[in-house]
Design a protein around this ligand. Structure first.
Ligand code: OOG
Length: 252
């Protein structure tokens, strides 16, 4: 089995694989090769009938970079099969060691291939509060930057709340992340790359590495504004973003 097949099997059987031995090349080269693995890995899902729903950025906030010991932004791909309905009860037995984190989700209004496209007024047309489920396919959630890129940036699930019109001026909104009705993290959307609008530019840049152009109607999960928390059966998870409303689900 190649690396993509190994990671795909780990996700399908909910059994973690050991972190690969460190590569010997330059980190940039390893990461670029890892985007090739990610492309193959996602293609295996698409071959089973899943469809791309958009992309996600990882490590856009200092809190997340510190939590995971990495130093650069990464891009992953999300599929329709990963979607969790707002308010749903979800079975988490198919995950390995899932974690949850609050997200800002953008709805893209145009095809975005270049930085100029990313800055166009209709690049983002709506915004919503979100929750991402991440589930590293590596043992103990331990990985290098290249490892996590190959593993589609731990992408495993996502929930999106009600859409609101996008207001580029409102980039500093409070984020409250709750578990079982208790606020476990509070943050600001401004923690995401300083200004979350930069997320669109970064996503367009990194998407080239997996050979995709961002499509109108796709989601962009802009990255967690706070560290992630373990998701266990019985957890009720909720993200509220000031002025945007909330999204939640319960794990079984
Ligand atoms: C990688 C995914 C990180 C984020 O928002 O920073 C991520 C991981 O921590 O396993 O999605």
């Amino acid at each position: 089995m190649n690396r993509a097949q190994l990671l795909d099997e780990a996700a399908r059987t909910a059994k973690a694989v050991p972190q690969p031995a460190p590569g010997t090349g330059r980190e940039e080269d390893e990461v670029l090769a890892a985007y090739g693995v990610q492309r193959e890995l996602v293609q295996l899902r698409l071959d089973r009938g899943d469809r791309l729903a958009g992309v996600k950025l990882g490590f856009t906030s200092e809190g997340k970079r510190r939590q995971m010991g990495v130093h650069d932004l990464i891009l992953g791909q999300v599929t329709e099969g990963m979607a969790v309905a707002d308010g749903a009860d979800i079975d988490i037995s198919g995950f390995i060691h899932p974690r949850v984190e609050p997200e800002v989700v953008y709805l893209l209004g145009r095809r975005i291939a270049t930085v100029a496209d990313a800055l166009a007024p209709d690049a983002v047309v709506a915004v919503a509060p979100g929750i991402e489920i991440i589930d590293s396919r590596y043992e103990n959630f331990r990985f290098s930057l290249a490892d996590v890129v190959a593993d589609n940036t731990s992408a495993a699930g996502f929930a999106v709340g009600p859409w609101q019109p996008y207001d580029p001026g409102a980039w500093n909104r409070g984020v409250v992340f709750e578990l079982d009705g208790r606020a476990v993290h509070v943050g600001s959307t401004a923690a995401i790359l300083g200004d979350p609008r930069r997320a669109v530019v970064e996503a367009a840049r990194l998407a080239a590495a997996v050979g995709v152009e961002l499509e109108p109607g796709w989601l962009l999960l802009a990255g967690a504004a706070t560290p992630a928390e373990p998701l266990v059966p019985g957890s009720h998870v909720r993200t509220e973003i000031q002025g945007l409303g909330s999204v939640s689900f319960t794990a079984r």
